[in-house]
Every structure is written in structure tokens, then in C-alpha cells.
Design a protein around this ligand. Structure first.
Ligand code: AMP
Length: 404
């Protein structure tokens, strides 16, 4: 007999079940358990509180792929995402879930020449995954038509709002037919998101994963009190004492991110930075090297890091505290993904206690004070340059080219 918590119990077709099996998913995640049966049951508007890493793409992707008619050569589902990376990633995840079904999926984003996208769209695509600006360009040029959608998905709605895409999203929605299912996913639920949902979705089902899951439970969250002048050494020690360190380090500004990555790279760490001044091609190159673990320490800003989905990160380090508690949730959502354990370590300066309390209040769990370095060498020590554990460190020339 099929176990109750299996994918089969959710009502998925054999085709989807084999796709899920091929991906190596053994058990549905909590959001998948809730959303999949709802969508398979029929047309519904859903507002899901879920962050990246919870399996939300498959939660909406699997049922949508089942409902889409591959013979109809028109766009039946539009997925709006805040960043190019996310567009590529979500389109890839959907493609890997479509099984034998010949559904065409196209990522459409800015920073890339529009012509190949137009050619792609002309070939009869059923699912378009795109960033708001570029989608709007296509709609205005009439190279994309979305008047016969079965589904419209607003992914990472709060991020789209933070990035100033609200007006674009509203305009895009005005091009769509009314008789569609609208699904909105957001890690946080600020008032503006709820009011957009009420306005554009009418009746909707709210799927919440419970307050405790606002941050990923597998993530061990600690903070280290540290003065500005001690930050760099503290970071080095933390890395040196974690042989398998593979993580994201968050800074406040582009300049800070670039400088820190360069400093680390110059000392032999496999570090690089992701910031707003990179071209799309440069970003993709950094991301590819990070995914392949050639870069083990990615120093990023909040904006640049949006949509990063890299599995098995051991750490997210808040080198600088995030501007607001919501960014904290997004940042640390990048570790502890898909059931894997991860650590989120936040550096807190002498005057930053209040900000830390605000974060704890929002996530509703205390963040443990850690002397992550209690097992480590004293703070004054020089960072260890050649450590026998650090066999993944790359030579200076290999890693520092991108950080200038
Ligand atoms: P998402 O939240 O959609 O960005 O998914 C995060 C990661 O979890 C992706 O790499 C998925 O392939 C993976 N994933 C999604 N669902 C499952 C599952 N049920 N079991 C294991 N991994 C999953």
C-alpha cells in the first residue's frame, strides 16, 4: 500500500510520479502536500506563504504541467519572478518535472537579446517564466499574448514588491483573461501584498505553513557579537574551522561585497562576489562557478543574491545585518534547503541589539548567541592561510579575477 505521505497519495498522474522519482524526491514537502491536491481539484486562486527552498516550484509546477494541453500552441501559464536567475531556475525546475509531456517552457528576462526570445515565443510556448520588465516589453510589442491563460503565478511576490515591480505586475495582469487561476507565493505577507491579492485574486485560499516555518527549521541560527574591526578575522576563523564551508556572505553594499571577496581571494580563499555592477554574462559565470563549487564563498548583496538557489549550502553569514527583518528571512532561506541542515550566523555590532530583537520578533524564535569561535583560535590570530582541511581553496589567480 502507498504510504499516506507519498506523492501518489496527492493524486498525481503516473507520468508526474516518474518525473518526481527521477528527480530523487521521496516525500512531498509540506507546501507540496497542501498545494498539489488543491490545484488538481480544480480552478483555485491560492496565496501561499512559502520561501525559496520549500519546494514551491514543484508544488505549483506538477499540477500545472498535468493540466496544460501540449497540443494547444498558446501560452497557458505565466510565471512572474523577480530576477533573471530565478526565471532560469524556475524554468529549469519545471522542465525537469514535465516527464514525457511535450510542454514547451521558455524563460524570458531582461539583459538578454530580445530576438531569440521572440523566435522562441513564435514556436508556440505553453509556459512562460519571466521577469516583469521584459514580459511587459513583449506584451507591448505584441510578441507575447496572455489573454487565454489557465494559470498566472506570481512567485516571490514580496521580492517583486521590494524591487519596485508592483506597477509592472499590475499592468501585466491587465493583459490577462479573468477566468484563470492566480497563484501567489510570498515568504512574507506585508499589507501591500495582501491588498494586491485581494484586488486581483478575488476569493483565494490562503496556504500558510505555520509561523514556525517562516524560517527554515533545519537552519541553526546563531549570532556572534563582533566589532567592525574584528569582523574579517572572525569570518576567516569561522571558515577555517568549517572544513566543508560552502556559503553565502551578505554585505550591505556592492562596494563592501567586492572588497571583502577580493580580500578573501587574495588570501587564498575560493571567494568571489555577486553585485549589481556585473553584466548578465558575468553574473551567470560567477553563479556557475559557485554552483560547481569552484567558488565556495560567495559574497553578495541582498539585491544581487535574489533568486539564488544553490543546494547544500553549509552557511549563510550575515556579515552585515539586513536592512529589515524580511530580508533576514530571505537570506537565511538559502541554507537548510530541501530538508538539509545549514547554519545561519549573524554578526551583530555593539549598537545593533535592537535590530536583532526585531528579527527575532518577526521569526518568533530566539537566535542563539554563539561563540562560534569557542572551538577556534583566539580572535587576534592571523587567518590560517594554508589549512589542511581547505583543499577546495583555489589559487589567487583563479579566484580573484572577477572581484576587481
Ligand atoms: P524551490 O523551493 O521550488 O526553489 O525548491 C528548492 C529545491 O528543493 C529545488 O532544488 C527542488 O528540486 C528541491 N525539491 C523540491 N521538492 C522536493 C522534495 N519533495 N524532495 C526533495 N527535494 C525537493
Amino acid at each position: 500500500m502507498q504510504k499516506k505521505d507519498s506523492f501518489q497519495a496527492l493524486g498525481l498522474s503516473m507520468d508526474s510520479l516518474s518525473a518526481v522519482q527521477a528527480k530523487g524526491f521521496t516525500q512531498p514537502s509540506p507546501i507540496q502536500e497542501k498545494v498539489i491536491p488543491l490545484l488538481l481539484a480544480g480552478n483555485k486562486n491560492i496565496m501561499g506563504q512559502a520561501q525559496t527552498g520549500t519546494g514551491k516550484t514543484a508544488a505549483f509546477g506538477l499540477p500545472i504541467l498535468e493540466k496544460i494541453d501540449p497540443r494547444a500552441r498558446e501560452v497557458q501559464a505565466l510565471v512572474l519572478v523577480p530576477t533573471r536567475e530565478l526565471a532560469i531556475q524556475v524554468a529549469g525546475e519545471l522542465a525537469s518535472l514535465r516527464g514525457r509531456k511535450t510542454v514547451k517552457i521558455l524563460p524570458v528576462y531582461g539583459g538578454q537579446s530580445i530576438q531569440p526570445q521572440i523566435r522562441g515565443l513564435q514556436q508556440g510556448v505553453q509556459i512562460v517564466v519571466g521577469t516583469p520588465g521584459r514580459i511587459l516589453d513583449h506584451l507591448r510589442q505584441k510578441t507575447l499574448r496572455i489573454h487565454n491563460l489557465a494559470y498566472c503565478i506570481l512567485d516571490e511576490a514580496d521580492e517583486m514588491l521590494n524591487m519596485g515591480f508592483l506597477e509592472d505586475v499590475k499592468k501585466i495582469l491587465s493583459f490577462t483573461n479573468t477566468n484563470k487561476s492566480t497563484l501567489m507565493f510570498s515568504a512574507t505577507m506585508p499589507q501591500e501584498i495582501l491588498s494586491v491579492a485581494r484586488k486581483y485574486m478575488g476569493d483565494f485560499e490562503l496556504v500558510q505553513m505555520g509561523e514556525a516555518t517562516l524560517t527554515v527549521p533545519q537552519t541553526d541560527q546563531t549570532f556572534i557579537p563582533v566589532r567592525d574591526t574584528e569582523k574579517y578575522l572572525t569570518l576567516c576563523q569561522l571558515i577555517d574551522h568549517t572544513p566543508e564551508f560552502y556559503g553565502l556572505v551578505f554585505c550591505r553594499t556592492k562596494h563592501e561585497a567586492r572588497k571583502l571577496a577580493k580580500r578573501l581571494a587574495n588570501q587564498g580563499y575560493a571567494a568571489d562576489s555577486l553585485h549589481g555592477n556585473l553584466t548578465q554574462a558575468q553574473r551567470e559565470k560567477v553563479m556557475m562557478r559557485f554552483r560547481k563549487s569552484a567558488v565556495r564563498i560567495l559574497v553578495a548583496t541582498d539585491v544581487a543574491s535574489r533568486g539564488i538557489d544553490v543546494m547544500n549550502l553549509s552557511h549563510v553569514i550575515n556579515y552585515a545585518l539586513p536592512q529589515d527583518p524580511e530580508s533576514y528571512v530571505h537570506r537565511i532561506g538559502r541554507t537548510g534547503r530541501a530538508g538539509k541542515a545549514g547554519k545561519a550566523v549573524t554578526f551583530v555590532g555593539p549598537n545593533e541589539d535592537r535590530k536583532l530583537r526585531a528579527i527575532e520578533k518577526m521569526i518568533r524564535i530566539p537566535i542563539r548567541k554563539s561563540s562560534a569561535l569557542s572551538q577556534a583560535v583566539p580572535l587576534q590570530a592571523e587567518p590560517v592561510k594554508k589549512n589542511r582541511f581547505m583543499d577546495w581553496r583555489r589559487s589567487r589567480t583563479q579566484v580573484s579575477a572577477r572581484t576587481r
